[in-house]
Design a binder for this molecule. Sequence first.
Ligand SMILES: NC(=O)c1ccc[n+]([C@@H]2O[C@H](COP(=O)([O-])OP(=O)(O)OC[C@H]3O[C@@H](n4cnc5c(N)ncnc54)[C@H](O)[C@@H]3O)[C@@H](O)[C@H]2O)c1
Length: 259
Amino acid sequence: MARLEGKRAIITGAGSGIGRASAIAFAAEGARILVVDRDEAAAAETAARIGEQAVALAADAGCEDQVRGMVAAAVDRWGGLDILYANAGVGGGLVPFLEQSVELWQETLRVNLIGPFLAIKHAAPHMVAAGRGAIVCTASVAGLRANAAGSPYSASKAGVISLVQTAANALHGTGVRVNAICPGLIETGMTRPMFEAARARGSEGRIGQVNPTLRAGAPEEIAAMALFLASDEASYVTGQAIAVDGGLSSTLPFKRQYP
Ligand SMILES: NC(=O)c1ccc[n+]([C@@H]2O[C@H](COP(=O)([O-])OP(=O)(O)OC[C@H]3O[C@@H](n4cnc5c(N)ncnc54)[C@H](O)[C@@H]3O)[C@@H](O)[C@H]2O)c1
């Protein structure tokens, strides 16, 4: 039997990168997917690549009315919801610390942290009523350590790590699990400018050199963890933030001495 046979899933930020790879991976394992993205054409493209198991919906993952509507769309269509992957996020740019505005912080936290909170708030009651459900959020290694991104982004992702801990415990005894993934550097729409700049400089061989795998990751490598956490294989995993980062977060700053 396929790993997500018969499951009904919402994935936000599924118009690109990690979300799209996850939608494709979940569907390949038998799930039906509500492909949510604020970019309507991108969501439609993901759904078209999957076919009849997927439906696209344009929604802003940081807006409560739209998140409520997103959950209602899935429940109305399928009669319930088994999996929520709150993955949508924004990078927040690399504005120098002392020049960061309140507006930049508010928008980054709205999408990256309040968004997953709203998704859990509106999806979990349906899962609690069914006595089972799996919620996955995308955090980041930036939520574990400094220097992977700007301060608002890092704080938002540290918040997601805390959110999955508090939500998993708030939902104790309900059968609903809540976990996060902390990706390292993955080539997606969010990071593409950095990869393209490195290729233009001829320095792409240096990308990922500070982690033990000596490379960046692919969206499919994050989707593989999302699939595991969303599946019944992870039935005893909750309240965790799991790094999928080529070992980046396992190290201190260092100079490599041996091959
Ligand atoms: N790429 C990396 O290296 C990396 C590392 C760690 C964490 N992440 C996280 O992974 C998640 C997915 O990002 P990605 O790397 O695939 O980037 P991406 O830009 O390729 O995909 C993000 C998608 O989210 C959508 N989105 C943004 N804001 C939204 C909103 N308010 N409502 C609905 N959709 C919205 C975008 O339109 C886009 O399609 C994000 O949470 C990101 O912070 C990425």
